[in-house]
Design a protein around this ligand. Sequence first.
Ligand SMILES: [Zn+2]
Length: 229
Amino acid sequence: MALESETSYQIDPAPGEDGFLFVPGSLPVLLSAPHGAAHWRNERYKEEDEYTAGLVRLVGEITGAHVICANRRSSADPNADMDAPYKAALKEIVRQHNPRIVLDIHGCKPENGFGIALGTMKGASSPRHRPVILQILHEQGFSESHTGLAGLNVDKKYPAMGEDSREPVTRFAWEKLGLPAAQFEVNAHLRVVQRLSGASTPEPFTGDPQGILHMIATLSALVKALATV
Ligand SMILES: [Zn+2]
């Protein structure tokens, strides 16, 4: 909650500020949370993927992964717009730090019948890493045959393919940077510790404490395993 509180969901960056944060690490894995704050999509501001910024920062502290996350409202959608400044920053980070893979973390609605949806462009964006990702997720108890928060949706609901004019970070990383990439859509129950004031949705929401701890452990296990692939 302390890390997440440093994100201003609905406040624009001050003049000269980027609106996103980079925390360099010591392992060759990059964690990304482009929707950590509200962002402009389809002629309106779309709500933030709550606690994805806090989640990647905490997992970065635990594992030593590099971290980039949105920390102010964005007038572009980094997971759609080709010219989003977030993507230019990602490109520069990759050039300087040479990570082996980017894990792009998002949030999906609590009603979804799964805990995590993995998107790898149906395998194209991370051919060598995908089997390791699936192995770790299975070891952590997530499965395509489970329903509810232990459920795993693989390249069906959110495959991170995008369209011609809508370019997900995963597709950008793989096609434009040659960097293996995978997208994770995480159910709100597995990330939202407690909805903060300033959130785009005003109703109170509290996730599942054990589930959130397990998500932190799962992402940490993924980073450690993928750092050597
Ligand atoms: Zn998102």
